[in-house]
Design a protein around this ligand. Structure first.
Ligand code: SF4
Length: 353
């Protein structure tokens, strides 16, 4: 089931509850919060400010990110939740979500979280292959993720899964294996963060010594597109592709890897490019009209008209673009000029999986 649109107010708890530092992680930089762990008062202030700017009627969720919430002592969980619960009781906040490690999910604790107003848990799984999880020193295997998803589902919570294409030891085949397992888990939504190398992490050392080679931007876009195509088919929401743009990322801390400020747009463009090529080949046609929703115009053209250029290079020189407001965003139609045949491209994601 796709997640309905809502505003998420992030409440960052950098490294809180983490049992060790994973090889790729520097949450203090990613969340832009320096070393500080927030107090309950900080959380109340952040929520108050965010809610003051909120348009009436929009759903708002308070979200604890950047650490392993359920691994914190119960007293600290209660303290952090209290301000969010206050706004939940007044109806200003419509839900509380949190991210955590799969090995910090226990049945009883999850039941308690539900009674505290938590409605959604995002699992930082990162990979679903044991060899990749071991190389990233995550300290759990796929069966642990499977169990965590089952426990959360059983408790009636919305379940998200975070994955990181390009972790050490991940091949294209192992990424496909991760996706095959993801389809079986069938979470409500996923986030995709291609692995980048941050200064001060263990991965930075492996990168400096030549042991770890990050994915190129093109490879990261392609692997993420496989995931996006599969999720589209299965109605699994994809709520983030690529790291959030931040001042810290622009500083010297980002050493290498497939970061791009418009990463998600690159992935959509790639997917559309491949779908149109596939559709034209199926229809044995070199000319067509491509209909798309107006809000998808830049994705359809690609950055600097990359898609138009690549269609031309592949021998499909006459792709004419036409916006059509009656289409759903993300849905395309292809019509050949000769035969007036029309094909919906949304289902062609099967090509990738
Ligand atoms: S990846 Fe998650 S569990 Fe690992 S150190 Fe970072 S916040 Fe903690």
């Amino acid at each position: 089931m796709k997640e309905p649109r809502k505003r998420i107010v992030p409440l960052f708890i950098p490294f809180l509850g983490c049992r060790s530092q994973c090889v790729f992680c520097d949450q203090r930089m990613l969340t832009g919060t320096g070393n500080a762990a927030p107090t309950a008062e900080d959380i109340r202030t952040i929520l108050e400010k965010a809610l003051a700017l909120q348009p009436a009627g929009q759903k708002v969720e308070a979200a604890f990110y950047g650490g392993s919430f359920t691994a914190l002592p119960l007293r600290q969980q209660k303290e952090l939740l209290a301000p969010a619960q206050h706004f939940l009781a007044t109806g200003k906040v419509t839900g509380i979500r949190l991210s955590t490690r799969p090995d910090a999910i226990e049945e009883e604790a999850v039941r308690w979280l539900k009674t505290q107003g938590v409605s959604c848990v995002e699992l930082g799984a990162q990979s679903l292959c044991n060899s990749v999880l071991n190389a990233a020193k995550r300290g759990y295997g796929f069966s642990c993720v499977e169990k965590a998803v089952a426990v959360l589902r059983h408790a009636g919570l919305t379940v998200g899964v975070q994955l990181m294409p390009g972790l050490p030891g991940e091949t294209r085949l192992l990424w496909q294996k991760t996706l095959q397992r993801l389809w079986k888990l069938a979470p409500d939504f996923i986030r995709l963060y291609p692995t980048v190398v941050l200064a001060g992490t263990e991965l930075a050392g492996s990168y400096a010594s030549g042991v770890y080679k990050p994915l190129s931007l093109a490879e990261a876009v392609e692997r993420t597109a496989w995931a996006l195509a599969g999720c589209q088919q299965r109605e699994i929401g994809v709520i983030r592709m690529g790291l959030q743009d931040s001042e810290e990322l622009h500083s010297a801390k980002l050493l290498a890897g497939p970061y791009h400020p418009a990463f998600g747009e690159l992935v959509w463009s790639f997917l559309i490019r491949q779908q149109v090529l596939y559709g034209l080949e199926q229809l044995s046609s070199s000319a067509c009209r491509l209909f798309y929703h107006p809000q998808d115009a830049s994705k359809v053209r690609g950055q600097k008209n990359e898609n138009l250029r690549q269609w031309q290079e592949a021998g499909f020189g006459e792709v004419s673009l036409q916006a059509k407001a009656s289409l759903c965003p993300g849905s395309l139609e292809l019509e050949t000029v000769q035969g007036r045949r029309r094909v919906k491209l949304g289902a062609l994601g099967a090509f990738y999986c």
